[in-house]
Design a protein. Structure first.
Length: 363
């Protein structure tokens, strides 16, 4: 115990002597050290500089990686001008009817491959990437349904794909197909709606709450995409690239889609289309809107795997039969929303039925 007391006293005296010999008092030494510490302003400056540095590095990384991807993959189609920008189109097959595939938002054109492979010898086939998606340019303008319809009409014309059309739309693509058929009914023989979005659903409070959350996430994703954040997210598996529509795609097709979805133009396109739903005031799906058009409504029978929810959803989808007196709802078992991927034969059957009925009507 005494030893410890002597030890501490010796330390105190020794430290004081050292201070005196060096010309410092204890207080002056403390003030000297304090002056060397970082002030809050200096710390804030460092943090701001560090963030700017990281963003700059991310910007360079994203730019270089995007250029590498452009040289790595070959475009299987062509770009056609639709005004101030170009959209990617892919045409194949031949026949008296033109089948136009319209994808849901944030999905690739390759999801239609299983359907296309089976009917390529019977029909003229057309699929495309909307403004900002895939190989398509980003117009930089705001997007609305009117511009989307105009884009599709011009792309069809520039690609040499002529009516009669059978429009096959999934999800948000179903809204586009319905609006196009309503506006240009004289050129449309039929519409296949694959788990189409419904105006009744879009305008509901529950749906709007979900969309508001998605818009907020997409806005953040859009910002991060400029600095390589989304690209890093997928590379480190923080973000998953395993959606249903990818399951029948080849590894090279999956890699191609991933190279597109990490770009700022893709993230911006997705964000802008979500905003359309957020501010939706359309009245496309009114009764008899497609009176002279054959309509096939394909609805997944167990989308939610919840008896009550599925029953309500099937009933809501059934209201789409009011679009036309020539409309029919078809319940599809063992399928997700992506019927074109899980049950392509059902989509083909719907297309063939419309062709058969349309041909009868012409005679």
């Amino acid at each position: 115990m005494d030893y410890l007391c002597y030890y501490h006293i010796w330390k105190l005296i020794s430290w004081r002597d050292i201070n005196l010999k060096l010309g410092f008092s204890t207080n002056s030494f403390y003030r000297y050290i304090h002056r060397r510490k970082k002030t809050p302003e200096k710390v804030l400056e460092f943090i701001v500089f560090f963030i700017i540095f990281i963003l700059f590095v991310g910007l360079i990384y994203q730019f270089i990686a995007t250029q590498v991807d452009k040289g790595k993959y070959k475009m299987k189609g062509k770009l056609v001008s639709v005004g101030s920008y170009r959209v990617f189109t892919n045409t194949s097959g031949s026949g008296s009817y033109s089948i136009v595939f319209i994808s849901d938002m944030n999905t690739p054109v390759e999801q239609w491959n299983r359907v296309k492979e089976e009917i390529e010898g019977d029909y003229r086939l057309f699929c495309y990437d909307r403004n900002g998606y895939g190989w398509s340019d980003s117009s930089g303008d705001e997007v609305d349904m009117k511009k989307t319809i105009s884009e599709l009409k011009t792309a069809l014309s520039k690609s040499g794909v002529y009516s009669p059309y059978i429009l096959v739309g999934h999800g948000y693509g179903g809204l586009i197909a319905t609006e196009y058929a309503k506006k240009y009914s004289e050129n449309v023989a039929g519409v296949v709606l694959i788990d189409s979005l419904m105006e009744e659903e879009i305008k509901s409070e529950e749906f709007q709450k979900t969309i508001n959350k998605q818009v907020s996430k997409a806005k953040i994703g859009r910002f991060l995409s400029y600095f390589g954040g989304i690209r890093l997210g997928y590379k480190t598996n923080i973000l998953n690239n395993d959606e249903v529509f990818l399951k029948n795609m080849s590894d090279s097709e999956k890699e191609l889609f991933l190279s597109h979805r990490v770009t700022s133009k893709h993230c911006t396109a997705y964000y802008k289309e979500l905003q359309i739903l957020q501010n939706y005031e359309g009245n496309i799906q009114e009764e008899n809107a497609l009176e002279n058009v054959f309509v096939q409504v394909l609805t997944p029978a167990k989308k939610y795997n919840n008896e009550e929810k599925d029953k309500q959803y099937i009933s809501m989808q059934g209201n789409l039969e009011k679009l036309s007196s020539k409309a029919e709802q078809v319940l599809v078992e063992d399928s997700s929303s992506y019927i074109q991927v899980d049950r392509p034969e059902t989509v083909i059957k719907a297309i063939n039925k419309i062709v058969k009925e349309s041909s009868k009507q012409k005679k």
